[in-house]
Ligand binder design. Structure first.
Ligand code: 1BO
Length: 272
């Protein structure tokens, strides 16, 4: 497993995304992923599956300290006291004394960012999390957050896959030492029928999903593919024994399109 290094954190390059996984399926997928070698789990308060993620972690028999666990605070808990309470409630559901990373799930312009980041840093200083970061932040918001945060931010988790150009956000993350963590890294399955990825895949005897994930980790990006199918778990992690050429990397990057974004909401910031 490769690691992405960022402002003191060491983040396993492939993690298990759990958005939209729930109940026993979630716990079973988490358990199996860890048994297969995953060491990075991504959940969130709003996914309503923290309890099952914790159950899967314990059922796997993998040592807690060997797993990088991320959770996220939803935007209605960004006022300082709410944030601390929300993180503590996440820990109760996960049944963990601390997580490795807590993220602000989306920007929220209704609460001053300095206050929210102050509370997030306080959660870190209380030992509730080893690291802190943000998610769905634009370049301008990254700049503000880095300037305002009392503790180093280690990542910005955003949608990223071959159909969505994230050059500007990646550059801002690089400049400030933040890792970019990619959610929906295989474009919610859309890449499976992609001819370019299939062609490159034939050369390396890999699937389009594996080419896509390799393209991400070769940019020093961490990716958190989600699947509820156990057979896909192995596929998504078997990407560390081959390498894409510069030409292949460029061919995958050229798949980006202006309307490639899949996750957008009325409360989203104005994207770069
Ligand atoms: C609403 C959830 C988006 C990805 O975490």
């Amino acid at each position: 497993m490769l690691f992405v290094k960022a402002n003191g954190a060491s983040i396993p390059a492939i993690g298990l995304g759990t958005w939209e996984l729930s109940g026993r399926t979630c716990a079973r997928v988490v358990e199996q992923a860890l048994r297969l070698g995953y060491r990075h789990l991504d959940t969130a308060q709003v996914y309503e599956n923290e309890r099952e993620v914790g159950d899967g972690l314990r059922a796997s028999g993998v040592r807690r300290d060997d797993v990088f666990v991320t959770t996220k605070v939803w935007t209605n808990h960004f006022a300082p006291n709410d944030l601390e309470r929300s993180v503590k409630e996440s820990l109760v559901r996960l049944r963990l004394p601390a997580v490795d990373l807590v993220l602000l799930h989306w920007p929220n312009s209704h609460v001053p960012l300095a206050e929210t980041l102050g509370a997030l840093a306080h959660a870190k200083r209380m030992g509730l999390t080893r690291h802190i970061g943000v998610s769905n932040f634009t370049v301008a918001l990254i700049e503000q957050a880095v300037a305002l945060s009392p503790e180093p931010l280690v990542c910005n988790q955003v949608e990223y896959h071959p159909y969505l150009d994230q050059t500007k956000v990646r550059a801002a993350c690089d400049q400030h030492g933040l890792a970019l963590v990619a959610y929906s890294p295989i474009a919610r399955g859309r890449i499976k029928a992609d001819r370019t990825l299939a062609e490159i895949g034939r050369i390396h005897r890999r699937t389009p999903a594996q080419i896509c994930l390799r393209w991400l980790v070769q940019q020093d990006v961490a990716a958190i593919p989600r699947t509820s199918r156990l057979e896909r778990l192995s596929e998504n992690i078997e990407i560390f024994d081959f390498e894409l050429s510069d030409d292949e990397m460029a061919r995958v990057s050229a798949l980006a399109s202006p309307n490639g974004r899949l996750t957008d909401f009325g409360f989203a910031p104005k994207w770069d």
